[in-house]
Design a protein around this ligand. Structure first.
Ligand SMILES: Cc1cc2nc3c(=O)[nH]c(=O)nc-3n(C[C@H](O)[C@H](O)[C@H](O)COP(=O)(O)OP(=O)(O)OC[C@H]3O[C@@H](n4cnc5c(N)ncnc54)[C@H](O)[C@@H]3O)c2cc1C
Length: 373
């Protein structure tokens, strides 16, 4: 039996952030990152990296994960009813292919002293004073960072996400549209809430995709591709790069921790139900879990820190996800963002950061609703 201090299952952004934070908190600790894949590996994603995620990575000493990729500061949002907001982001995003980003983060974790083992975890046994993985690795604590189909979350008894707590999306790579780089989000009338995106990478390609809530989806893969091209126009996407994946939305998240086992990122269901963004929440939760894992009462400390950081945000996004079921509310929200910069900034904060439904966003949307009638 191999004995380690901390076993982190999954070496995506959440796992790598947990490893970086754990080695900071306990520099002598034996920290292993277990991943079934060899890096670099692809991960189905829009590749959009919020500045909030970069902040967390900077604090962990890994901001160079986005080095060499030009920040994208323009965002255009369009609604099915024809509203369009084209504005400059208060802070630019990055678009970095996950094959690059995740490999860089794993390398940063290794440089910080974590070990990377190629290992697919199948069994998690929680004992009185340790957690045993596959009968072969004994750890003082375990961080479950193993994504949307988390074996660790299952072992804690988490129910599977489904219905309105789950989204389905596919992405592909396509030639970037001509003109200055701009992130494009097009809300679509079918399968609401649903949208298509085009995120320019800066190397001549764009990540394009389409996603919708699982309980609203009425079409399969070909239908999703047809929706994507109907929303964005012909993209010239490379069919070999089309891949789909599930997004476990935070509206259906399990308890984030029990005893010595902490869940982070997609394994904790920390995907924004408004945008499908998950990388910021993955690195933020990973950083908190890594810092708490090897101290006293890890579950309590981690859950408290997560609540402090994201509690209000998670409550507000759950409420907004319900409100946005009404098409008129979504139209009024985009119209408010089109009219003025402040509501636009608020929408961005709540969709990709830790923002909340601000009074000014609520007022601007309500004005739009009343005006629209
Ligand atoms: C189509 C699509 C578009 C998206 N677009 C964006 C976007 O533009 N911006 C954004 O912020 N978010 C986006 N997301 C969400 C984002 O991809 C996830 O929230 C993010 O990857 C979560 O990171 P993670 O580290 O928790 O999990 P993952 O990135 O899924 O990493 C999990 C890791 O665990 C490993 N693993 C899984 N099971 C095991 C096991 N049993 N044993 C060992 N290893 C295991 C996997 O190999 C993987 O490396 C998108 C998601 C999808 C599906």
């Amino acid at each position: 039996m191999d004995t380690v201090d901390l076993a982190i299952v999954g070496a995506g952004p959440a796992g790598a952030a947990a490893a970086l934070a754990a080695r900071r908190a306990a520099p002598a600790a034996r920290v292993v990152l277990l991943d079934r894949a060899a890096f670099p590996r692809d991960k189905v994603c829009g590749d959009g990296i919020a500045p909030h995620a970069v902040d967390v990575l900077r604090a962990l000493g890994a901001a160079d994960a986005v080095a060499g990729y030009r920040p994208v500061s323009r965002l255009r949002v369009r609604s099915p009813g024809g509203q369009a907001a084209l504005r400059t982001l208060a802070r630019p995003d990055y678009v970095v292919p996950r094959a690059v980003l995740d490999a860089r983060l794993v390398a940063a974790a290794q440089r910080a002293g974590a070990q990377l083992w190629r290992w697919r975890v199948r069994r998690v046994a929680v004992e009185a004073d340790r957690v045993v993985l596959d009968g072969a690795i004994a750890a003082r604590a375990v961080v479950g960072a193993d994504g949307a189909h988390s074996a660790v979350a299952r072992a804690l008894g988490a129910r599977r996400h489904d219905g309105r707590d789950l989204a389905v999306a596919l992405r592909a790579y396509a030639p970037a549209p001509a003109g200055p780089p701009c992130q494009d989000i097009v809300f679509v009338a079918e399968d609401r809430p649903s949208y298509a995106w085009s995120f320019p990478i800066g190397d001549g390609r764009a990540n394009v995709g389409y996603g919708a809530r699982a309980d609203r989806l009425s079409v399969g893969r070909d239908g999703l591709l047809a929706r994507l091209e109907a929303a964005l126009g012909p993209t010239g996407l490379d069919p070999a790069t089309v891949r789909g994946h599930l997004l476990p939305l935070s509206t259906g998240r399990p308890a984030p921790a029990q005893g010595r086992v902490l869940l982070v990122g997609d394994a904790a269901g920390l995907v924004n139900p408004l945008s499908g963004e998950g990388i910021y929440y993955a690195v933020a939760s990973g950083a908190l879990a890594g810092a708490a894992a090897l101290g006293p009462r890890p579950a309590t400390r981690y859950a408290r820190a997560l609540r402090r950081l994201l509690g209000r945000h998670l409550r507000h996004t759950a409420l907004l996800a319900r409100l946005l079921d009404a098409p008129a509310v979504a139209e009024a929200g985009v119209a408010a963002a089109a009219r003025r910069q402040a509501p636009f900034d608020d929408v961005v904060e709540v969709a990709i950061g830790a923002g909340t439904l601000t009074p000014r966003l609520a007022a601007a949307t309500a004005r739009g609703l009343i005006g629209g009638r």
